[in-house]
Ligand binder design. Structure first.
Ligand SMILES: [Zn+2]
Length: 234
């Protein structure tokens, strides 16, 4: 194999290893982000239920106040009944008392409903809080795992980079530029094997003369279809 192509292929091996390390890191971060989103969703659920609870509490306090007012009204009317002189006035106040008692009954029902809602919401908040706590624990454990794993991958990348630096020094700058451009354009593969007359980068048939040159000529040959640098494994 052409010496420079051999170096380029070596460099590409290292770059592919770095690529794979980086996608491993990305995957870890994505998983962490997903579990953090799940945790946030659980937190929002607890917050929403707590807000609903305080809404019901306010509504129930208002109903309780209305109830107290109605009780006062009834008491006052009942006191007035004792001093009433005329039948007509007596009937009017009695009607007031009946109406107030009816209203009291309705209020009573509404207050019971709110009380039941409060009980239910408190149960729901406890359950949501529990699942939030479980998720928080899970997420924290995952974060620790990811941190450890990322540190391990970073150390590996640093090691590969050192090796890569030494290899890159031996490759001419112009060839390096071409390599970088090809890697960018061709899904990370700038140097590919040619086998049985085919370019394994694009799977296209290579002209026979070009293939023969690859076997013997000591020069840099590229695929006419995908422009990748070709080599033959010996
Ligand atoms: Zn090709």
């Amino acid at each position: 194999m052409h010496k420079k192509v051999m170096l380029l292929e070596e460099l590409q091996q290292l770059d592919l290893k770095i690529d794979s390390c980086n996608s491993g890191k990305t995957e870890l971060f994505e998983r962490l982000t997903a579990s953090e989103a799940e945790l946030e969703e659980a937190r929002l659920l607890v917050a929403a239920k707590e807000e609903a609870l305080s809404g019901v509490q306010v509504a129930k306090s208002e109903l309780d106040a209305n109830m107290a007012t109605e009780n006062d009204n009834i008491r006052r009317s009942e006191t007035r009944l004792k001093d009433i002189k005329t039948q007509k006035e007596y009937q009017a106040v009695s009607r007031e008392i009946t109406a107030a008692k009816k209203l009291k009954g309705e209020l009573d029902e509404q207050i019971s409903q709110k009380a039941a809602q409060l009980v239910q919401l408190k149960e729901e908040i406890a359950a949501a809080g529990e699942s939030h706590a479980t998720l928080a624990e899970k997420s924290a454990a995952q974060k620790r795992e990811v941190d450890t794993e990322v540190a391990r991958i970073d150390a590996e990348i640093a090691k590969i980079r050192k090796e890569r630096e030494a290899t890159e020094k031996e490759i001419p700058a112009a060839l390096m530029n071409r390599y970088r451009m090809l890697r960018e354009k061709r899904q990370g593969l700038a140097v590919v094997e040619a086998r049985d007359g085919y370019c394994l980068g694009c799977n296209m048939n290579l002209p026979p003369q070009l293939y023969n040159n690859l076997l013997k000529v000591n020069e840099l040959i590229t695929c006419p279809h995908c422009q990748r640098v070709l080599f033959i494994r010996q």
